[in-house]
Design a protein around this ligand. Structure first.
Ligand code: UDX
Length: 450
């Protein structure tokens, strides 16, 4: 079987490589020549655990190739499906910009020679597959070509940092189709990934397009809800860790995605929540829940800074803050919409210094933040003479540091834990002033034990 994947960003690259891994011939296409040259040499544009090895293995076996030439990748070579996995950046009004998706659709229309299924993999609003179909039809008509084709919608549910595992062993695969022929092709393609018994769900195209948004919006809702509860816990003298365990053991609620923190970031949740609110508004409907989800998330990104400001009584100028973790979550170098950016900006505005360390996002941080902050060689160096430690991203290597060393390196023993990864009582025993999210404050604890 042969397919083409257009767009070698995060989604396209993982998709193409995983299809090659199960024996399908894949050409990954991108207009960025430098990117393609690099990929041919095994240099990847993103960090994703296991991906580089898989790319190298499959290029060596000649199942995976990279090209800037879409035409020759789909002309007369038995290509059965072309996946569109290009970016859909949010426009100023929050709606997904489809110009790249539709440009690819047109190019496919200009070049296809045989039946194929054109699959949208990018996260696109309901109705996009129809626009893709129209764009291809117009190009075919302009050429006077009478070639049968189908469109399909196949949203991705990959998590950064676990994308390979998610692709190879998916919870479910959702495919929107409008013909039996397309269903057959998609079934053949995805059969190798159904070994763990999880379903391949076929549905109509608009429902598949909506499923992606509904999934991400639901997950974002869980997080914002828990962040709201966490903030209330603090006010009421409750402990959100206990509350989380208490509610998470109810199977109807579930114990995943109910970890409070300093707000969700990344390329999906913020963008998709905004886009869904926008799509609804355009169609005369107000997504009241999601508007609040977004509002809570924006203010949650400031929660850690507000705690710092209160602790130091507004006197932040000239202080040094050690910041652990810059990426929006562990196991990725992605800093898009990362809470670290909001915290850093607020500290810098107040004349404080930030010395940061991240296991993989240092290069990305230098690109985004330049020399506005200092960078530690490792997590301990970042601590030297710091007024406080800010735990921003819960990388595994930050979970159990040597607190004796930490305490010797720092000027003041204060920890602001944005992810609740440390044991409050343990740290307080070690002489640290500790702040978490949604936890009882020390004074309250004392009051209660008296
Ligand atoms: C998400 C979806 O999980 C995935 O299905 C979709 O395809 C793309 O968007 P991703 O953005 O890679 O994936 O990260 P995810 O692990 O879902 O985390 C998103 C954000 O939520 C992170 O900022 C994370 O810190 C935050 N989060 C997650 C919480 O604050 N609490 C939680 O309990 C879980």
């Amino acid at each position: 079987m042969r397919i083409a994947v257009v767009g070698t960003g995060y989604v396209g690259l993982v998709t193409g490589t995983c299809f090659a891994e199960v024996g399908i011939d894949v050409t990954c296409i991108d207009i960025d020549e430098q990117k393609i040259e690099n990929l041919k040499k095994g240099i990847l544009p993103i960090y994703e655990p296991g991906l580089k090895e898989m790319v190298l293995r499959n290029t060596q076996k000649e199942r995976l190739s990279f090209s800037t030439d879409l035409a020759s990748s789909i002309q007369g070579c038995g290509c059965e499906a072309a996946f569109i996995a290009v970016g859909t950046p949010p426009g100023e009004d929050g709606s997904a910009d489809l110009k790249y998706v539709l440009a690819v659709a047109r190019e496919i229309g200009r070049n296809m020679t045989d039946y194929m299924v054109v699959v949208t993999k990018s996260t696109v609003p309901v109705g996009t597959a129809q626009k893709v179909r129209q764009a291809i039809e117009e190009e075919l008509e302009a050429r006077g070509a009478d070639i049968d084709f189908d469109v399909a919608s196949n949203p991705e549910f990959l998590k950064e940092g676990a994308a390979i595992e998610d692709f190879l062993k998916p919870d479910r695969i959702v495919v929107g189709v409008a013909s039996e022929r397309a269903e057959k092709v998609m079934n053949k393609l995805y059969k190798p990934f159904l070994m763990n018994g999880h379903p391949l769900i076929f549905m109509d195209i608009p429902s598949a397009e909506m499923t992606k948004y509904a999934a991400n919006a639901m997950l974002a809702t869980k997080i914002s809800f828990m962040n709201d509860i966490a903030n209330l816990c603090e006010i009421m003298g409750a402990d959100v860790n206990m509350v989380r365990k208490g509610i998470g053991s109810d199977a109807r609620i579930g114990n995943k995605f109910i970890y409070p923190g300093i707000g969700y970031g990344g390329s999906c949740f913020p963008k998709d929540v905004k886009a869904l609110i926008r799509t609804a508004a355009e169609n005369g409907y107000r997504m009241r829940v999601l508007q609040s989800v977004e509002e809570v998330n924006e203010s949650q990104k400031e929660v850690l800074f507000n705690k710092i400001d209160t602790h130091f009584k507004g006197d932040l100028a000239g202080r040094t803050f050690a910041l652990w973790g810059l990426s929006f979550k562990p196991k990725t170098d992605d800093m898009r919409e990362a809470p670290s950016l909001v915290i850093i900006q607020k500290l810098l505005e107040r004349g404080a210094k930030v010395r940061a360390y991240d296991p993989v996002a240092m290069e990305e941080a230098r690109r985004v933040l330049g020399e506005t902050i200092e960078y530690g060689k490792d997590e301990y160096e970042a601590l030297i003479d710091a007024d406080a430690l800010l735990l921003v991203t819960e990388w595994p290597e930050f979970r159990s540091p040597n607190f004796n060393v930490v305490s010797k390196l720092m000027k003041e023993r204060v920890v602001f834990d944005g992810r609740n990864i440390y044991d409050a009582a343990d740290l307080r025993e070690k002489g640290f002033t500790y702040y978490g999210i949604g936890l009882k404050q020390k004074e309250q604890q004392l009051k209660e034990t008296v």
